[in-house]
Design a protein around this ligand. Sequence first.
Ligand SMILES: *Cc1c(COP(=O)(O)O)cnc(C)c1O
Length: 361
Amino acid sequence: MNPGEVTLDDLPIRDDLRGKSPYGAPQIDVPVRLNTNENPHPPSPALVADLAEAVGRVAGELNRYPDRDAVELRAALAAYLGHGLTTERVWAANGSNEIIQQILQAFGGHGRSALGFEPSYSMHPIITTGTSTEWIHAAREEDFSLDPGKVVAAIEEHRPDLVFVASPNNPTGTAQPLGTIEEILAAAPGMVVVDEAYAEFAREGTPSALTLLPRHPRLIVTRTMSKAFAMAGTRLGYLAAHPAVVEALLLVRLPYHLSTLTQTAALVALRHRAELLGTVDELRRERDATVGWLRSKGLAVADSDANFVLFGRFPDRRAVWEGLLARGVLIREVGPPEWLRVSIGTGEEMAAFRAALEGVL
Ligand SMILES: *Cc1c(COP(=O)(O)O)cnc(C)c1O
């Protein structure tokens, strides 16, 4: 065959990857980008200067491999998380997506399965199948909550090696009561991963699954600097778990997976956390105002503990998404049919979103 005509289908790719589509939130350059749940506030000049200085200091050592175990960074992350966590209970990688991949490499794989409750984060099934683990999904309730009885029944039916629960959930914004997580832990025969990518945005009094760690060695809580921490470009995710879980991940991680530059940037970000997390309260207020405004327009809106809002219902959601895009506002066509998700931006960006949506409706 003419090499110029070869397509993916002609390659000897794994059978279980045939016909799959890659993760694909569109990256379109428009004035108002509210589609990937980033924090809209760029780092301050003071942070940028500190980062440049820190990178300058380590640049002279880039002929050497980084600290393979990222000990200084893990200690700093443990101190940030609190809950009595220590270095050996924390692990870090290139985004929580790599954390999830390492978890699946260690605890999933061929002949094993992972269970999740949809609609939820699309990367859970994508990374699951990417590691040759079988993906099993159960449904959330009409209001996107979890019914503990049904959740336990699904676990008992499928006996999965891993259970994924995003809390607050993406794309719905729904946080889970800890009681439900505890019931899952009691029923699950394997590892339970609570994905807390949006934990910092939860409403007052929403407890973290970190509080359950001392009693549950099969629990893993994952976090990220991509959302509240306003550092999506740094690619830094992390987890807290029993030290034996971290030992398991050391068996599958690539040596030196976390570059010197990434470790340096994450340490600087942690030093500046007061600034970076200082925008969370404003974003929560903006979120609650957005929920209220959408409801005042007669739309259906899911309660949100995150920095985005799922709203609908639109028989032709594509037309609404395109109408907004034509007005310079990019949101996300994701989740159940008829629903759309808008990330919370600055006050100005949300005003542009409201104006655009009024124009479309
Ligand atoms: C955004 C998101 C992540 C973050 O992924 P990173 O790789 O850390 O950027 C993880 N889980 C959920 C549910 C998310 O929405």
